[in-house]
Design a protein around this ligand. Sequence first.
Ligand code: SAM
Length: 287
Amino acid sequence: MINVCDIQVMKPLLAQHGFHFSKAKGQNFLIAPWVPQSIAEDSGVDATAGVLEIGPGIGPLTQQLALRAGKVCAVELDDRLKPILELTTGEFENLEIVWADVLKLDIPSLVKEKFAGLRPMACANLPYYITSPILTALLEAECFDCVTVMVQKEVAQRIAASAGSVDYSAFSIFCQYYAEPELLFDVPAHCFLPQPKVTSAVISLKVRKDRNWGVLDEKVFFRTVRASFAMRRKKLANGLASGFPELGKNGAGEVIAECGFDENVRGETLSIPEFALLANAIAGRLK
Ligand code: SAM
């Protein structure tokens, strides 16, 4: 197996194929072999798993996943990487590469088509410029057991943040609504070529089998969450009144009281069950 993380191997390989990194495509390739090994190991991928990888690049994580999984389907946007990936991963019979923009794919259909009889998982060193839309698509697909991704450390902290902390955001709630996050380990910038400006971190999102939040209307729930965070540091009533003009300031205040919250409560202190309570009360009034 070609050690694509060895810079002495990678540089001539890229030069031989006239490949130049594209910043616009979020191309920072791993040059520290322990990283893809640890991601694959910690992801829990085994022979029962069908793994969707996003952005294989020249294949360091792809190799590690293919060594462990029942099947790997890797989606890559940049077809200049075709001849290189063929050299670095061509030996794996359980690997299929799909040359496409992952954001344009119907993920549930792809998973159904490629991973029959296998436990679907997702694993990737994500292109950071589209972290949120990719994670949103992976979680909304509602077909993975677990999603293990490398993202900017700051984003990983936001995903795993608890209610009331500075990192807690609408995106924390979105991710935690669907999954249980666990921060696995940090990856310093010097583990990549070219080096990104930020530290990275690997996070695992174990998808919840039962989402017993008691949410009556998911659209209203996520609208409530967005409205509550749109005016951070302001009273919840202001955010709700602006996010739900149909409620008005009075209606927003009444809903907050009805749920038993203090009138000065701030949105960023509420937990998911508390948001569920609030969203259900709002949904009742919008009917
Ligand atoms: N997995 C490789 C590694 O760890 O060295 C490469 C990771 S690099 C951070 C992100 C990869 O995602 C690049 O190969 C890039 O071409 C690919 N990519 C960028 N946008 C994409 C998209 N919309 N769909 C699929 N792949 C994409």
